[in-house]
Design a protein around this ligand. Structure first.
Ligand SMILES: [Zn+2]
Length: 421
């Protein structure tokens, strides 16, 4: 087992406090210009898949991404999942970088890898990779600029593997981090708190609206040592600002679980009161959170050794295509989804990842009339922790969500008609 590098966290160790006299490094991200074809890599990395283009005519696998096949010039290139194994042929130690981001991280290893599916690639190497020639695993991840980066990992997991800067820069593991869960009053919120604690979060702030309403679940949560209950009503600007004022500068990961949901078709309910309430929480609530919390998150994005790192939104597959039995709820989630894209652009320069989670119907009282299978809160919480630990950006947890996104990508118009049937 190799010694932990300075600034890293050993297992079970708490993060050391930063010396306030040492100036913060300015946040820096790697250069982010990529061709349109290369954004296919970004899309695969966002889902945690190693995908490359394969020629439909001759079968040649392409890397780097291109518009026409390197063998036969066919334009029929399709993104396909690839095997994750490869052979490290040679490597070098990079000691200098033109870009600020790389200068801060030098020296680091880079290697030439022949992928099991054909092409060769230059990858960033984990410190535990065996010297060339050797076998390794290749992974496509998102770097701090939100662009795809191919990295080489040792063939088998090693102790404290997550402490390598390559992993820390491309993931958002909750271990030793402070997390705000905006609504812990629901079953999902409570389950999320427990999942984050199990993943090693140092502290969880559990938000709850309407503190005058007694809740035995909340009392049980508040009794847990690393949990602090905080009043938070995302539909109230003062409440959001007050909480941001007291803890905003300490939050490393924000998970927005606040949601208002009433099922029904748009013709079944007169007036706009319910729709307005859904927008107040699902859309304006998110907007209030971004305005109050993102400046502090951005300011601390380069704080070492534990920086602010991620913003998680629990959206819905209904944000992608309206489910008319949940008409106004779907519309509010679509509005929220659009806002998260603006949030992602806003946080990108600081290297903070915006993770969007699109569950299908969740097992809760508002989906009581939806036939099974439905996603359990525990499965959803597990998917969020997994996304943080792997540094994903788009998450479709469970079979229903995976089926729906596949149908959406295949033919959005067909999906609209199927959902309205
Ligand atoms: Zn070809």
């Amino acid at each position: 087992m190799s010694a932990s590098p300075p600034g890293s966290l050993g297992s079970g160790q708490r993060a050391k406090r930063r010396n306030p006299l040492v100036p913060l490094k300015p946040p820096s991200v790697p250069p982010s210009g990529r061709s349109r074809a290369a954004q296919g890599l970004t899309a695969a990395a966002a889902l945690g898949i190693l995908a490359l283009q394969r020629c439909e005519d001759c079968g040649a696998v392409q890397y780097p991404p291109r518009d026409a096949c390197v063998q036969c010039l066919s334009a029929k290139l399709r993104w396909r999942p690839m095997r994750v194994g490869g052979e490290l042929l040679s490597e070098t130690l990079i000691r200098h970088g033109q870009e600020l981001f790389f200068r801060h991280r030098a020296p680091f290893r880079a290697g030439l890898v022949r992928l099991d599916d054909g092409p060769s690639a230059i990858v960033a190497l984990h410190r535990d990779c065996e010297p060339a020639p050797s076998r390794l695993r290749v992974r496509l991840v998102l770097d701090k600029a939100g662009q795809a980066l191919m990295i080489g990992l040792p063939e088998k997991d090693t102790p404290d593997m997550a402490d390598d800067s390559l992993i820390r820069d491309t993931t958002c593991a909750p271990r030793a981090r402070k997390v705000l869960i905006t609504d812990a009053k629901t079953k999902l919120g409570r389950t999320m708190v427990e999942a984050l604690l199990a993943a090693g979060a140092e502290l969880v702030w559990a938000g709850f609206a309407a503190p005058w309403k007694p809740s035995p679940h909340l009392d049980a949560l508040g009794a847990l040592e690393p949990v602090t209950l905080v009043p938070l009503d995302v539909s109230d600007e003062t409440s959001v600002r007050e909480l941001a004022g007291s803890i905003g500068g300490k939050v490393d990961i924000l998970i927005n679980t606040a949601e208002y949901h009433r099922p029904g078709t748009i013709s079944s309910r007169p007036g706009v009161e319910t729709a307005r309430a859904e927008m107040e929480v699902n859309y304006f609530g998110l907007l209030r959170l971004t305005q109050a919390f993102s400046p502090a998150l951005k300011a601390r994005a380069a704080d070492a050794p534990v920086s602010s790192t991620a913003w998680v939104n629990i959206l819905s597959t209904r944000a992608l295509s309206n489910d008319p039995a949940h008409g106004t709820f779907s519309a509010s989630k679509a509005a929220a989804f659009s806002l998260t894209q603006a949030l992602r652009a806003d946080l990108q320069a600081s290297g903070i990842r915006v993770i969007n989670v699109f569950p299908g119907p969740i097992e809760d009282e508002w989906n009581a009339l939806v036939p099974p299978p439905k996603l359990s809160p525990a499965a959803l919480a597990k998917a969020v922790v997994d996304a943080l630990e792997r540094g994903l950006e788009d998450v479709y947890p469970g079979e229903i969500a995976k089926d729906l996104i596949a149908r959406f990508l295949e033919n959005p118009k067909a999906l609209e008609r199927e959902l309205s049937g």
